[in-house]
Design a protein around this ligand. Sequence first.
Ligand SMILES: CC(C)(COP(=O)(O)OP(=O)(O)OC[C@H]1O[C@@H](n2cnc3c(N)ncnc32)[C@H](O)[C@@H]1OP(=O)(O)O)[C@@H](O)C(=O)NCCC(=O)NCCS
Length: 350
Amino acid sequence: MGTDFEIIPFDPHTATDELWTLYFDQTEAAYREYEPEDPLLSRAKKKELTLSSLPNPYRNDYTYLVLAEGGAVPAASASMVVEAPGSPTYASNKHIGNLHGLSVSPKYRRQGLATRLVAHILRDMAIREPQVTELQVPAALETGHKFLERKGGTVSLVHSENRLYLKDADWAMIERWDAEGARRNPGTEILTVTEIPETDLQDYARAYTETINQQPLGGLQMKMEITPDQIRYMEKKSAEQGTVHTTIYTREADGRVGGLTETSYLGDLGHVARQMLTGVRQEYRGRGLGKLLKARMLLHIRREYPGVKYIVTGNADSNAPMMAINTALGFKKHLPVLLYTLKIKPELLK
Ligand SMILES: CC(C)(COP(=O)(O)OP(=O)(O)OC[C@H]1O[C@@H](n2cnc3c(N)ncnc32)[C@H](O)[C@@H]1OP(=O)(O)O)[C@@H](O)C(=O)NCCC(=O)NCCS
């Protein structure tokens, strides 16, 4: 039986309830394939978060759904994110299309559907974002690796999700790192905030930009920058969405920001906290600030959010200094994700 497929844009702001249901059926099943056990965010909250995060002045988001059986059944989906002209790194990164969440329902695989969907998206991008010349695509599953290799993609980075189950953490060591760090740095102030104070905002943004660009990125060619405006934008969004974005950073005796670490926590998904960037500026390294910041954050999470069972973080496998700290804390590899780069060639649009 030949199945007719229809590819449609999924616009969260105009989608009907029926379309939202098809979208959730598709994307939740795709998520379950590599994460069979984790609790899912309720659909109502997920919808609220999606609506509140769009539009975003720093990025353009496009989502596509493939429907089968006369529109009654979801067969595939994918999303594309491209930096918007308002982004501070637009000039450096505007050629990159971040293709994520590409999934085809098992029943419809090996019929060329992902190939058709990618071609459709690229033709759409040629009109909407003609400056995009290459794709970055994360793939956690073997089927994704095979597909991307067939399309001519190459692995630019292995960026794994690592997890620390709090029951396995070495709390005695964590308390020691915290105490020793404070003792070795008597002139250092350690601040725990959900909003970066105005006095430190400019320097905090510089410290963040400096350290995030020092992460190994393998073959990826992209720049990262955070501006004070973006920090304020993100703080406002977090407050609106009910996400607690906690930053712990140091203010050194010379008044500069020495190091920082940040996490986010959403009460609706209270079993997990997400660890984002940890960075210590070059000139303040070797004084135990990295360990101090990580330890202080873990103690903070244990105290404030007793429902948290684990912390997730994403690191390049090649990031030796961060991996050393995380491994000592008890972080374990949970899900290796290969990040592919795929140059857009005419045959991909056919
Ligand atoms: C990866 C995925 C999207 C491919 O969807 P699909 O519609 O089956 O892909 P296509 O039919 O267009 O495949 C095109 C080519 O890719 C390669 N390929 C795709 N899946 C493959 C597999 N499981 N094993 C080996 N090669 C595969 C083949 O060369 C295939 O051509 P062929 O069938 O003529 O041999 C789908 O398997 C999926 O949803 N996997 C889970 C999610 C995932 O891994 N997504 C990662 C993002 S890429």
